[in-house]
Design a protein around this ligand. Structure first.
Ligand code: DC
Length: 244
């Protein structure tokens, strides 16, 4: 096994943004394991399998061939030969991923793939069970979290920004009343995002197999009041201490 930094934590804590930057600094490979569960979810959604139907999820798991490669340093996910990287970051796929990830057949396949990646290279790997189950011998383990309201607000801003970009692309059609465009917060939309985040936490933390939990030897890091750069610095300093 190469060197490994395992970063676990709930949805929206900033794991992938921070992990990517840490990997860049260390010139290690960044492995986004959530994207693998999302690819699995996409496979089932396309097949019309209900993400809550655990028996069907288990029965059809063998039909999904998920592979990871790297293009210009960025992770590319292929599902049965198709590059699906750009289709994974929607709320629908994320929520379905949280559900299908409860099933042992799905987890076994992906954990095997994740361990293989960590055997071949030095990695920064993020997810829910990296420090506890996938790479229990990782040199550095971080449990990265943030207040649910802060996570919802970050997600809201991310979505508003995406929407703004989409609106710009279709200039002229933009409505004056669009809250995303004026920077005003749509409280109802924000409350919905926060409720979804809390439900996802509950799902990921209470499932039977490899639930999200802080590994005993993980460093707890609350990013609520940290900037992205501060989060990166903090992790790099933990690395310095642990590998000194
Ligand atoms: O990090 P993310 O939002 O892309 O992850 C989507 C879902 O995948 C998450 O809600 C639970 C599941 N997941 C998991 O069970 N184990 C991991 N190591 C990573 C993600």
């Amino acid at each position: 096994m190469g060197m490994a930094i395992a970063i676990d934590g709930p949805a929206g804590a900033g794991k992938s943004t921070i992990a990517k930057l840490v990997a860049k600094k260390k010139q290690w490979i960044y492995v986004d394991t959530g994207a693998m569960y999302r690819a699995f979810a996409l496979y089932y959604l396309r097949k019309g399998v209900d993400p809550d139907n655990e028996a069907q999820i288990a029965a059809q798991a063998d039909g999904a061939d998920i592979r990871i490669s790297y293009k210009d340093g960025a992770q590319v996910v292929t599902l049965n030969g198709e590059d699906v990287t750009g289709l994974l970051r929607t709320e629908e796929v994320g929520n379905a991923a949280s559900k299908v990830s409860r099933v042992g057949e799905v987890r076994r396949k992906l954990v095997e793939l994740q361990r293989k990646l960590a055997e071949d290279a030095d990695v920064v790997m993020d997810g829910r069970d990296i420090g506890t189950a996938v790479l229990p011998n990782a040199q550095v383990k971080i449990y990265l979290t943030a207040d649910a309201h802060v996570r919802a607000l970050r997600r809201y801003r991310e979505l508003a920004e995406k929407k703004l970009e989409a609106d710009k692309a279709t200039a002229g059609e933009k409505k004056e009343t669009d809250k995303a465009a004026t920077g005003e917060i749509d409280e109802a939309a924000l409350a919905k995002i926060e409720a979804d985040i809390i439900e996802r936490d509950r799902q990921d933390m209470t499932r039977a197999i490899s639930p999200l939990t802080q590994a005993k030897d993980a460093v707890y890091l609350d990013s609520s009041a940290l900037t992205i750069d501060e989060g990166v610095e903090k992790i790099l300093s933990v690395c310095g201490e642990k590998t000194a």
